[in-house]
Structures are given as structure tokens and as C-alpha cells.
Design a protein around this ligand. Structure first.
Ligand SMILES: Nc1ncnc2c1ncn2[C@@H]1O[C@H](COP(=O)(O)OP(=O)(O)OP(=O)(O)O)[C@@H](O)[C@H]1O
Ligand SMILES: [Mg+2]
Length: 210
């Protein structure tokens, strides 16, 4: 799908840049499937970079367990659920980013192949603002250390119907029939959406998206 750079509220850019004032900051963007996390994160990356803040974007999606492994585990049908991610690997990466190691290579999820690739995103020591985004930043269990590793967490708040429509449209764009797209959106995605919605009160900031 064409990468669209959307306008981002200047107040949000101010807030993110202030977090990174004179230090490395980790900012989390969380929200339900299809809420617009990746879109907001890309817009923020562009805006902060334009303001001269060295910024990097590291997705939680890079820690999707490989499709082949999920097949062996019988988890393909619920791909995207919390148990289909390597949460501990994600936590370890955030710890390395927090420690500002000289160079950290992060993985990246590629929707075209429905799999992550390793060592795709470099984060050098001089990066001040690290943006990370994903569904489960505020979950308990294996995800619990994440929130303490982040300076702030923003929740992308979008009306449910709009979110589902955009999610189904994206599924279609990546090759599903309309029926399959809606089955996915109202099936496993919807279960995950409820899991994420339960964490909304834990966010530091709600970002309304229309
Ligand atoms: N403000 C917006 N206006 C119109 N379309 C939008 C907006 N934000 C996102 N979209 C579209 O909605 C769809 C979902 O957005 P996006 O991929 O950013 O969501 P996400 O939260 O990252 O989803 P996922 O959890 O599946 O990774 C995309 O097709 C995107 O282009
Ligand atoms: Mg996304």
C-alpha cells in the first residue's frame, strides 16, 4: 500500500521532541489493529527528523514469530495475537536501546511477505528519539517490562467502525478477498482489538484520530 505521510499535530511533535531534549527518549505508540499506529509513527519520524532531532522507528511487529514457526506451532490462524510474538526479544531490544549501545540493529516486519527480517533498522548512539509502535506495549505477562522501558506511551484512539473499515481495506490491498478481509477483521483481529482496548487506561496520552 502506498506510504502516505499524513499531517501530524504540531503539539504532538513538540511533546515528542521535548521528551528527547538532551537525552535518549523512548516513545511508545500503541493502539488496536488498524488504528493508525504505523501511520502516526511514520509521520512523527518525518516531523521530528525535519526539526533536526535524530529519530528512529522500531516496530514491535519486527518480533512477529516467523510464519513457518507459527505453522509448526498451529498458530497461523491467530497470527497477530499476543502469543504469536517474541515478547522477550522485544523487551531485550528495548533494553539495548535504553542503554544506548553504540549501534543496535532492529528487525522489521514486511507486510508483503508477512514476515519480519532481521537487522533492518540501524539505531546509532546519537539517535535521541526512538519511536516504537505496536499493539501490546501495555499488556501484562511477558510484555510487562515494556512500559517501564518507555518514557511515554501514546494510545491511538479511533472510532471503531472507521478502524475496522480501514483494517479490512488494508487486508484486501494485501491480497485477501473482501470476505476474507472482513472475516479476519471481525475474527482474530477483533479479539486482539479487545485485548488492546483493555490497556487504554494505562496510556499517558490519548491521540484522537479521525
Ligand atoms: N488518519 C488517517 N486517515 C486515513 N487513513 C488512515 C489514517 N491513519 C491510518 N490510515 C489507514 O488505515 C490503515 C491502518 O493504518 P495503520 O497501518 O497505520 O494502522 P496500524 O495501527 O499500524 O495497524 P496494525 O496494528 O495492523 O499494524 C492503513 O491503510 C492506513 O493507510
Ligand atoms: Mg502497523
Amino acid at each position: 500500500m502506498a506510504a502516505v505521510t499524513r499531517a501530524i499535530d504540531a503539539d504532538l511533535v513538540d511533546r515528542a521532541c521535548a521528551l528527547a531534549e538532551g537525552r535518549r527518549a523512548l516513545l511508545g505508540i500503541v493502539g488496536q489493529p488498524g488504528a493508525g499506529k504505523s501511520t502516526l509513527a511514520s509521520a512523527l519520524l518525518a516531523a521530528a527528523t525535519e526539526r533536526g532531532i535524530a529519530t528512529a522507528l522500531v516496530g514491535m511487529d519486527g518480533f512477529h514469530i516467523a510464519h513457518r514457526a507459527l505453522t509448526e506451532l498451529g498458530l497461523v490462524e491467530v497470527k497477530g495475537a499476543p502469543e504469536t510474538f517474541d515478547a522477550a526479544g522485544y523487551v531485550a531490544l528495548l533494553r539495548r536501546l535504553r542503554a544506548a549501545e553504540p549501534l543496535v540493529w532492529a528487525p522489521e516486519f514486511r507486510r508483503e511477505i508477512e514476515d519480519a527480517i532481521q537487522s533492518a533498522v540501524p539505531v546509532a548512539r546519537d539517535v535521541r528519539l526512538v519511536i516504537t509502535e505496536g499493539n501490546y506495549l501495555l499488556l501484562d505477562g511477558a510484555w510487562r517490562p515494556v512500559r517501564e522501558l518507555l518514557d511515554e506511551t501514546w494510545y491511538v484512539d479511533v472510532p471503531e467502525e472507521l478502524r475496522r473499515e480501514r483494517l479490512a481495506a488494508r487486508h484486501e490491498f494485501y491480497g485477501r478477498t473482501p470476505e476474507q478481509a472482513w472475516e479476519r477483521t471481525l475474527g482474530s483481529d477483533e479479539r486482539n482489538a479487545r485485548t488492546v482496548a483493555a490497556t487504554r487506561p494505562l496510556a499517558d496520552v490519548l491521540v484522537p484520530v479521525g
